[in-house]
Design a protein around this ligand. Structure first.
Ligand SMILES: [Zn+2]
Length: 117
């Protein structure tokens, strides 16, 4: 992601953190939601530091990362959540994690468990 953005209204170059275009004064909705997602990711990251075994937090962060098109990290979080749900046999959680993984990859997810270890 670049540090520069283009205003969709006047097409001037503006900083990606801008909430409002300094040239035409229009509010930049997409940058606002991007900021919110970044704040959410920070909050989830801090919560994960305190509760590293809570799969819900990884899944929430995965959704936020996916919304920012950060799909590599989103997939890692979703897979971590899936593994934690599997550890406690949380079938509802497993289903949610699989849906998130499928949204990120755009493919059907097949369980690769039950292999000899
Ligand atoms: Zn503008």
């Amino acid at each position: 992601m670049s540090a520069e953005n283009t205003c969709p209204y006047c097409h001037n170059s503006i900083a990606s953190e801008s909430i409002k275009c300094p040239y035409c004064g229009k509010a930049l909705k997409y940058d606002v939601s991007e900021n919110i997602l970044n704040v959410q990711i920070e909050v989830y990251s801090k919560a994960i530091e305190r509760n590293p075994q809570n799969p819900d937090l990884y899944l929430k962060r995965a959704r936020a990362l996916h919304s920012l098109n950060n799909n590599d990290m989103a997939l890692k979080d979703a897979q971590k959540a899936l593994a934690l749900y599997q550890d406690v046999y949380n079938t509802a959680g497993i289903s949610r994690a699989v849906i998130v993984i499928e949204n990120i990859t755009g493919e059907k997810y097949f369980h690769k468990n039950k292999k000899s270890e």
